[in-house]
Design a protein around this ligand. Structure first.
Ligand SMILES: Cc1ncc(C[n+]2csc(CCOP(=O)(O)OP(=O)(O)O)c2C)c(N)n1
Ligand SMILES: [Mg+2]
Length: 553
């Protein structure tokens, strides 16, 4: 052991510290009880060391899938970890890390690497690119904090620094473990791991609250638009208190579906500019006051910027500041603002008009071929609080604006990386064992990462996977069509036979859709539905967006 003092409260059960032990302890502290990944000779010993700490790395079929699984896990638990080998593994996780950066997800990438002693004299070791730091440099651009754990004195401190910054900034991080460091005894960390939230100026907070309360006092109607940072900063309960205490209805954003229960009487479903159904657009855009809380203001989350929002009536609370009309209150972070506003409104008698949206119509099975809107409708009717959703970019994501999700839905809704939803279901299923993940994914996206359905089944996550088979890249066709939007056919309903587990459904009619969903919901196996859709079909959501964009042009 080094000469450093043993820190009180740091439990290693009398055992000496290693990188694996420290990392497993820290991950557990953040609620992470398993990771995802694929081994290789640079990381085998480390994965084995983690395993001995009872921290299991679950196999996926591909490293990108492991990255998406860990990202889904992090969206539910607040932190996730992917473990991989050097170069061939790490670089395949670059895209998943980019997604996590763009969508504010604390995804930790842990990569094995050539040993410190092996790197001397610059030998050509396998999986190397330009030099030994190539992968590190790639991840410098994709993460908020990085470290190569090359020294026993600093390894624990470096792990803590990276993890603390990730939580503080809600961004991905990167750790590299040279393989000859795995057996080394490392020093205890210098100090306790401390995370930070954006700074709060109490005076500015009071002014902002007074201003917002004033706006609400004068308002007849108001709507909250709730976004991803509400969930990332663990403000879901405060948001609930704010909405139910004041009677202000809530629309969610596409990166935060279900952050307020969409089927609650104050729930409006998702607001995505002109993509959303007219009844939601009217409620949001005509409200006397629109309170945007932690919404990442991107083209996709605002329906290609088709949101018509009057700045005079707009209150915009970001992760760090609040803007009321044209007045900005600096250092009024979301984490302080939402609870303070909920408190302030307890003592106010504001009255907000709200009529709950009408309940769903029943789904009528028939021998007709289904359209995308039928799939959305059937899913909405068949799913309940036992399910959560994963929506892949494409029609799966857009068409779902016409449903109110039963619990929550996760999606790569801004970075929009195809192939996210199937592997993310593995992570979400592990992170939230009380809910069964239901994936909606395009046929084009499914062929990218659909084999991770096998990883779901193998790891005990019996997902329901609904493949929207419209013979190719449907959402690209209206932009520009050609042979580049066609893809080879895949009978995905037969995959369970190939996997040796699960059930497949070939869905050609609305009646078959209804039966398949009933049976899938009742079964506890992996289920894959291939829903045949017209090649040139368009969801109502995309029709609405098309109209809005044409009107703007
Ligand atoms: C990884 C990745 N590659 C390419 C794209 C560009 N892109 C966006 S949507 C789309 C087509 C998606 O096809 P499919 O999954 O079948 O869904 P559909 O559009 O038919 O609903 C493509 C190629 C992307 N978003 N992500
Ligand atoms: Mg398609």
């Amino acid at each position: 052991m080094s000469g450093k003092k043993r820190r009180r409260g740091y439990m290693t059960n009398g055992q000496e510290l290693t990188i694996a032990r420290h990392l497993a302890l820290r991950l557990r502290k953040f609620g992470v009880t398993e990771g995802f990944g694929i081994v290789g000779d640079y990381v085998l010993k480390f994965v084995d060391a983690l395993d001995k700490e009872e921290f299991r790395v679950l196999n996926t079929t591909d490293e990108q899938g492991a990255g998406f699984a860990a990202d889904g896990y992090a969206r539910v638990r607040g932190f996730g970890a992917v473990v991989c080998t050097y170069g061939v593994g790490g670089l395949k996780i670059a895209n998943a890390t980019a997604n996590a950066w763009s969508e504010r997800v604390p995804l930790l990438v842990v990569s094995g690497a050539p040993g410190v002693s092996e790197r001397e004299n610059d030998p050509m070791l396998h999986h190397r690119v330009k030099d030994f730091d190539t992968q590190f440099r790639v991840f410098q651009d994709l993460t908020c904090a990085q470290a190569v754990l090359g020294h026993p004195h600093s390894a624990a401190d470096e792990i803590d620094r990276v993890m603390a910054l990730m939580v503080s900034e809600q961004r991905p991080g990167y750790l590299e473990v040279p393989r000859d460091m795995v057996d080394q005894i490392i020093d205890q960390p210098e100090s306790a791991l401390r995370t930070h939230r954006p700074p709060a100026d109490q005076e500015a907070l009071q002014h902002a609250i007074a201003d917002v309360v004033e706006q609400l006092r004068d308002a007849r109607t108001a709507v909250i638009h709730a976004g991803a940072m509400v969930q990332r900063r663990q403000l879901v309960d405060s948001l609930h208190r704010l909405a139910t205490g004041s009677g202000i209805p809530v629309a969610t954003s596409s990166l935060a579906r279900g952050v307020f229960p969409e089927r609650h009487e104050l729930g409006l479903g998702v607001y995505l500019g002109a993509l959303s159904p007219e009844q939601i657009v009217r409620r949001v855009e005509d409200a006397d006051v629109l309170l945007s809380l932690g919404v990442l203001q991107t083209d996709l989350t605002l329906g290609a910027f088709t949101a018509h929002i009057d700045h005079e009536r707009y209150i915009l609370a970001s992760d760090t500041d609040v803007t009321v009309g044209y007045r900005t209150y600096r250092d009024v972070p979301l984490w302080a603002f939402i609870p303070a506003l909920a408190d302030a409104l307890q003592g106010e008698s504001i009255t907000i008009d709200h009529t709950p949206l009408p309940a769903d119509e029943p789904f009528i099975p028939s021998p007709d071929a289904p359209e995308i809107s039928d799939v959305v409708h059937a899913i909405e009717v068949h799913l309940d609080e036992r399910h959560c959703l994963l929506l892949d970019p494409g029609e799966a994501l857009f068409s779902a604006v016409d449903m109110r999700v039963p619990t929550y839905a996760h999606a790569s809704a801004y970075y929009a990386t195809m192939g996210y939803a199937v592997p993310a279901a593995l992570g979400v299923g592990k992170a939230d064992p009380d809910r069964r993940p239901v994936v909606v994914v395009g046929d084009g996206a499914f062929v990218m990462t659909g084999l991770e359905a096998a990883a779901c089944a193998y790891n005990g996550v019996p997902a329901i996977i609904i493949v929207l088979d419209n013979s190719g890249y449907g959402t690209q066709r209206p932009i520009m069509d050609g042979p580049f939007n066609d893809i080879p056919t895949l009978a995905v309903d037969r995959l369970p036979d190939v996997f040796g587990t699960g059930r497949g459904f070939d869905v050609q009619t609305r009646a078959e859709l209804d039966t398949a969903l009933s049976q899938a919901v009742d079964s506890d196996e992996l289920c894959i539905l291939r829903v045949h859709l017209p090649k040139d079909g368009r969801s109502p959501a995309l029709e609405r967006l098309g109209e809005a964009l044409r009107a703007r042009a």
